[in-house]
Design a protein. Structure first.
Length: 206
């Protein structure tokens, strides 16, 4: 792809680094921005800059937050005895949209995937186990996507909890095997949480 401007080429190269965006799509987006008023572009660049420099991760659940403790963790109406274990913020948003879960979350920041060089030490697993050891958690709900990596991560955490007084469950398989949680419709996802099953039963089923 030939560019008439080095500035244009640099902008396209940067935008094309985003997931799912190729050079042609990046060019279309950049040309669109050039047609907008300068204030619109400034607002976008400021929003991205503020996001990168000022965003926090909740010290309790690792969710993205504007504060040290996110609104969900600080909400006195949430059931602090139930923790839903998810991969990232997109899953928190998907579950919250169902309106069916009133507990807390724990964001792992990914899934165990040896093929991609992601091991247990790269995820927020230690802080989760420590929460359980404090004795205030009654149940963990594993809500990772039903992929091989998701199942591997679930089982690893389950083994780390052996001997601890904690109930473990997993969302019902209303979510098709291989599906990512964020793409499930709200009704199916909500039912999967309400109809969760003991994790031990899901192991036997596999």
């Amino acid at each position: 792809m030939e560019f008439s401007s080095k500035l244009l080429e640099n902008a396209v190269n940067e935008v094309s680094q985003l997931p799912g965006i190729g050079k042609r799509t990046a060019l279309r987006l950049v040309l669109h921005l050039l047609k907008q008023p300068k204030e619109r572009t400034s607002h976008l660049s400021n929003a991205l800059s503020n996001l990168r420099e000022k965003v926090n991760y909740c010290k309790s659940c690792h969710n993205i937050s504007d504060m040290e403790i996110c609104e969900i963790c600080s909400n006195p109406k949430r059931d602090k005895g139930i923790i839903c274990v998810v991969e990232d913020i997109r899953d928190v948003m998907a579950i919250e949209n169902t309106g069916q879960f009133q507990g807390l979350y724990h964001v792992l920041g990914g899934k165990i995937s040896p093929m991609e060089g992601v091991g247990p030490q790269d995820l927020n697993i230690t802080t989760l186990v420590n929460k359980v050891k404090e004795g205030k958690v009654k149940e963990l709900i594993f809500a990772l996507s039903s992929t091989m990596e998701g199942d591997t991560t679930n089982f690893y955490i389950y083994k780390q909890l052996e001997g601890l007084d904690i109930a473990t469950s997993t969302i019902a398989r209303g979510i098709s095997v291989g599906d990512e949680l964020e793409y499930a419709d709200e009704v199916t996802l909500g039912r999967s949480i309400l109809n969760r099953v003991p994790f031990e039963r899901s192991i036997k089923a596999n």
